[in-house]
Design a protein around this ligand. Structure first.
Ligand code: MF3
Ligand code: CO
Ligand code: CO
Length: 280
């Protein structure tokens, strides 16, 4: 009974242990997520100093591995489902899950770097967009829209709101900006496992889906395209790209539902929310 949660992370006694299959966590879990989230965010802050034209993506991977080792953390993606790297690096029209190979960054690229560090068993999952040199205005605008879409989704998070409110906030904003929302990937519950219930869809209808409760923990991670929403996965089994080869951008935070709203566990300590891009 209740084997998914132990006494150390027991939720407040007035809360049910689960609502519609979604775990509820207490203060000790939030403290664990804060530590893991802040280490991931610090790693993403430190990566910003490396980003420049000519940098092989593999050097980002090497940095993340070393950073994790130096801080007693484990990169969750390493050996996850056969994935062989400590991070994902998704450049330009790559939507997500790009391999950090010998391929080099070039001036004007935009790149998403997605890192999940496990600290004391808690998973901190976050990604940001980085500018390489000076990207074109359209690329910069897409990055701004993707960040704003994520933040609007997060702003919908509070007890008694519904899961669909998050997707609706993301989708309605992206569409007013004439961008499309990728439907093939979503956010997810997180905690002491990488991917848990519920799915956090990046589109939807306000007022639909499970009600949010204090103590839920999940990611918000919309992928926004300049062109059409359609994606395909390359023969490597992982790399997702836009079918029309239009630019794609994504941000991700791990968040918890609090009594009066939300806590973002993975906020940048240095305020490097989108390194190289000016956010509105
Ligand atoms: N970090 C990704 C997420 O946001 C998952 C990557 S799984 C991998 O959920 F295997 F591709 F690394
Ligand atoms: Co995630
Ligand atoms: Co991630």
């Amino acid at each position: 009974m209740h084997s998914y949660i132990d006494m150390a992370i027991a939720p407040p006694p007035d809360q049910a242990h689960r609502t519609e299959g979604i775990k509820l966590y207490g203060p000790d879990a939030f403290a664990g997520m804060r530590l893991a989230g802040q280490l991931t965010a610090t790693c993403l802050d430190d990566v910003a100093a490396l980003i420049a034209p000519g940098l092989p993506l593999a050097e980002i991977d090497a940095f993340v591995r070393d950073f994790a080792a130096r801080h007693g953390a484990r990169p969750a993606t390493l050996d996850y489902d056969g994935y062989a790297y400590a991070c994902c690096t998704s450049v330009n029209h790559v939507v997500c899950h790009g391999f950090p190979t010998a391929k080099k960054l070039r001036d004007c690229d935009i790149v998403n770097i997605d890192v999940t560090l496990v600290v004391d068993g808690w998973y901190g999952d976050s990604s940001r967009m980085y500018a390489v040199g000076t990207p074109k205005r359209a690329a910069q605008r897409l990055v701004q829209i993707a960040h704003e879409a994520m933040m609007r989704g997060i702003a919908a998070v509070r007890p008694e709101a519904h899961l669909g409110d998050i997707g609706h906030a993301i989708q309605s904003y992206a569409q007013t900006q004439r961008c499309s929302v990728v439907r093939d990937f979503c956010g997810h519950g997180i905690g002491r496992v990488f991917h848990d219930a519920p799915n956090i869809l990046n589109f939807g209808k306000a007022g639909t889906g499970a009600a949010l409760r204090e103590g839920m923990i999940f990611t918000v991670e919309p992928m926004i395209n300049l062109g059409r929403a359609d994606v395909k996965t390359l023969a490597d089994g992982w790399t997702a790209v836009t079918r029309d080869r239009s630019l794609s951008a994504q941000f991700e935070h791990s968040v918890g539902v609090t009594a009066d709203g939300y806590e973002i566990f993975t906020l940048s300590p240095k305020g490097l929310h989108a390194p190289g891009i000016v956010l509105g």
